[in-house]
Design a binder for this molecule. Structure first.
Ligand code: EPU
Length: 329
């Protein structure tokens, strides 16, 4: 039997630096872990308050109050690099992964450039942008099962990826991503259909690096800079509705299911919320799907007030119920 090493446990930890929203919150306990043995030790330690919550880059989270349980934060292996054909840890920063892949001339993840967060967090919610989703590239992942205490290897199919969804969301809290192996086709064409990527490339050859640069430029023009403005990216999901409910002027994308995906940004824009402020929280003027914390003075109550007001206004004007994309804790 292994003698457990001293684990790093912090009580009533300030967790603001662990999130991108910058909303004040503390956690009753914070544990930094490196391997599955650490997680077994956490499970055996009754002094650690429940629930347990694993986080990645904290880029899709809103703590609505202090967290009464234990936050589990993976310590990234030092100097980790992406090597084609080898797994990466769930703690690797997604954009670092995209940067190294583009540098190596590997095509696939370049459309995901600039998304904040880690590989683990991105897989849980199947992060996507500019016509790509991370789940489509997964070959296999190793997960720690908090029920059995075992590490299991799962396939892409097992993960049940869908729009901003995976099985890890269905069984919330049960599995923690340890590492992931991705596969990229050698001859995959560049994906430039979404938005104005082709225009942004200005006729340049769409190498992985050129597409990455174009994606970053488009993101920078629409989305707040994570270092300067607090936010958790898109705050709402794009709703999927019966096309019969749509008003003629509404933009839409018809899904294989027959449902229409409507840009929530358009609905929020039409309700006049661009730049709206409640307390320290603000609707980002260039992309109203984002609720932000521009001076890092917003409270969770400010954000939730704005959220509820937006949901109410969109419901009243369009009879569509927006669902948050950001996880509320
Ligand atoms: N729009 C407006 N007014 C605006 C901005 C946008 O009406 O001020 C409408 C336009 O019709 C535009 C449409 O919204 O064509 C879509 O906007 P955009 O292409 O910027 O993307 P999105 O649907 O709003 C989604 C993702 C983003 C991702 C972009 C690009 C979700 C919830 N969000 O946003 O993901 O970066 O596509 O692929 O699916 C995130 O998840 O945090 C995120 C930023």
């Amino acid at each position: 039997m292994r003698i457990f090493a001293e684990m790093k446990i912090e009580r009533w930890a300030d967790i603001v630096p662990l999130t991108t929203f910058g909303i004040p919150a503390r956690a009753a306990a914070l544990v930094r872990w490196t391997d599955a043995d650490d997680l077994r030790q956490v499970m055996a330690d009754e002094s650690l308050p429940r629930p347990l919550k694993a986080i990645g880059g904290g880029s899709n989270l809103l703590f609505t109050s202090d967290f009464e349980g234990t936050i589990l934060l993976r310590e990234a292996p030092e100097g980790e690099r992406f090597v084609p054909g080898l797994p990466v840890s769930g703690a690797m920063v997604l954009d670092e992964f995209c940067r190294q892949a583009a540098e190596a001339g590997v095509r696939g993840p370049e459309n995901l450039s600039g998304i904040p967060g880690t590989i683990g967090g991105a897989l849980v919610q199947n992060a996507g942008a500019y016509g790509a989703e991370i789940g489509e590239f997964l070959a296999a992942a190793r997960l720690f099962d908090t029920v059995s205490g075992e590490v299991l290897t799962v396939s892409r199919d097992w993960m049940r990826f869908a729009y901003r969804h995976s099985r890890l969301k269905e069984e919330s809290g049960r599995y923690i991503i340890v590492d992931a192996l991705f596969e990229f086709a050698d001859d995959a064409p560049a994906r430039l259909e979404y938005g104005n990527l082709s225009r942004e490339l200005q006729g340049a050859e769409p190498t992985a690096q050129a597409v990455r640069d174009a994606v970053i430029r488009v993101r920078n023009s629409k989305l707040p800079q994570p270092a300067e403005v607090g936010s958790a990216g898109s705050f709402f999901r794009n709703p999927e509705v019966d096309p019969a409910m749509l008003e003629p002027e509404m933009p839409r994308f018809i899904l294989p299911s027959g449902l229409a995906k409507v840009p929530a940004a358009w609905l929020i824009d039409r309700c006049g919320f661009k730049g709206a402020r409640r307390g320290g929280a603000m609707v980002w003027p260039q992309q109203p799907l984002v609720i932000c914390n521009p001076e890092f003075k917003a409270t969770a109550a400010d954000v939730v007030a704005l959220e509820n007001e937006i949901i109410g206004a969109v419901k009243e004007r369009f009879n569509i119920t927006l669902l948050p994309e950001v996880e509320h804790l």
